[in-house]
Design a protein around this ligand. Structure first.
Ligand code: ADP
Length: 453
């Protein structure tokens, strides 16, 4: 589920990134176009300004060549005059072409052209007059005065055009600067965003990879554990099978021996025989406990509930334990409430309750009473095993259900620490529970509950 979410996140992230990269690319393209246009405008304005300066200089050259011709009557000066007039016409044409101006600026240029044309006409008139009548200096002076007036008007018109062009140049440069700054900001944003996105995707992929590795390691561990518990089960099944047969032979033979010897020797001399019997029984119980626990751990402990007459079941159990044990404890059975037939697995419940009763006998002094109380309730059946034995210290009570854990006060009493773990496993299969109340040197009460549907 988590990995599906992460994959969706990556796909959405990449989609968003593509949209943003497209957007940023488009914005960057538009900005580049704007910058190029601004640069072209700047270059064009510079060109116009240069042409205006050259035009003014050319006008001065034409004027000086005319004067040189009239004053010195030098044909070389006349040529220079005509060449200059030609260049002026060409420059005016160029200015006209280059001028990408507002209507007002265009009007100004037209006005300038008219003024220049008027001045050139005057200069031509002056040259012609000189060629027809070189002594008419009076008219020449009048023409020169007019030309000076026109020159001043041309000057102010040029200044006006130049001023407007310079203004345009300043605004173009400003616009270009703004475009460049915007371009830098967009590129910076694109770099930062791409970096963040790539970093996030890398982090997600890395996490996914680590998680996958963790899952794999976990799966491998689980498989190992399963294999190990199956191996353990096979081993314990084999061991218990191999041990049970000789143990049964020992028990049966010692029972037989006891029956034969009971008639010829007195009871005190049968003590060692009883020891053999109880040791064989303990060993048998230990094997059974190990086998049950291994089965439970491997998930192979089976539970087959059937309807059982619970009172008869308890009476049989008490009788079995009482007759099987050599001690002189008295096991009382009390039945409370209404309980006739209850559904449970007979073998598993027998194993659990017998373990608790045997513990009660084992951890209680001789000749003390042990009670098995059966309480029938509408939704559960309760079994209570009470003794007046050594009790369990408070700090041990929470741990006694852990396999191999034994109370601090058990002393020399034999045990493996497996019995209560087995009891718990048997009850788990019935969705039941077990609890303990105990006081050191006063006694212990175990309460077993199994739900009755
Ligand atoms: P074992 O009896 O083989 O040690 P169990 O799992 O049956 O293992 O019990 C675990 C521990 O719980 C015992 O070692 C003992 O300390 C304590 N215990 C169990 N039942 C009793 C009882 N009836 N009275 C006192 N202590 C008990």
């Amino acid at each position: 589920m988590k990995s599906v979410l992460a994959r969706r996140w990556i796909a959405e992230g990449v989609g968003l990134a593509l949209i943003l990269v497209g957007f940023v690319g488009f914005a960057a393209y538009r900005n580049t176009v704007a910058i190029t246009e601004s640069a072209e405008r700047v270059q064009q304005t510079y060109q116009i300004l240069n042409r205006l300066t050259e035009l003014y200089a050319e006008m001065a050259i034409a004027e000086s060549a005319r004067r040189g011709y009239i004053l010195l009557n030098n044909n070389r000066e006349l040529e220079r005059y005509y060449e200059s007039v030609e260049r002026i016409a060409h420059q005016l044409q160029q200015i006209d072409q280059d001028m990408d101006a507002t209507p007002i600026q265009r009007l100004r240029v037209q006005e300038l052209e008219t003024l220049i044309q008027q001045r050139l006409d005057l200069l031509d008139e002056s040259v012609l007059l000189y060629q027809t009548n070189s002594a008419n200096s009076q008219t020449q002076i009048a023409i020169t005065e007019k030309s000076i007036l026109l020159r001043e008007r041309i000057q102010s018109s040029l200044a006006e055009i130049r001023y407007r062009e310079e203004q345009r140049l300043a605004s173009s440069i400003q616009q270009a600067n703004t475009d460049i700054r915007r371009k830098i900001a967009i590129e910076l944003f694109a770099i930062l965003f791409s970096f963040t996105l790539v970093a996030s995707i890398c982090i997600i992929l890395y996490r996914q990879q680590t998680q996958r590795q963790k899952y794999k390691a976990l799966e491998w561990m689980l498989a190992q554990e399963k294999e190990l518990s199956e191996l353990k089960l096979r081993f314990f099944s084999m061991v218990s099978h191999e041990f049970r047969t000789p143990l049964s032979v020992i028990l049966a033979s010692s029972q037989l021996l006891q029956e034969i010897l009971e008639e010829v020797v007195d009871e005190a001399k049968l003590k060692n025989l009883h020891r053999i019997q109880s040791s064989a029984r303990l060993m048998h119980q230990l094997l059974m406990d190990i086998l049950t626990l291994s089965r439970a751990e491997a998930g192979k402990l089976e539970c087959h509930p059937v309807l059982v007459d619970v009172e008869s079941f308890c009476l049989n159990l008490v009788e079995d334990i009482q007759s099987g044990c050599a001690s002189n404890h008295m096991i009382k059975f009390i039945s409370q409430g209404y309980c006739v037939r209850v559904r449970f697995d007979e073998k598993l419940m027998y194993c659990a309750l017998s373990n608790l009763l045997l513990n009660a006998i084992k951890y209680s002094p001789d000749a003390t009473d042990i009670t098995l109380t059966l309480i029938g309730q509408p939704h559960e059946t309760i079994f209570q095993i009470t003794d007046q034995g050594m009790g369990i210290a408070i700090e041990d009570q929470a741990q006694i259900f852990t396999p191999f854990y034994r109370g601090q006060n058990v002393g020399e009493i034999f045990g493996s620490g497996l019995g209560l773990a087995v009891v718990q496993k048997c009850l788990e299969l019935h969705q039941g529970s077990i609890s303990v109340e105990s006081e050191v040197e006063r006694g212990t009460k175990f309460t077993v509950r199994i739900p009755t549907p």
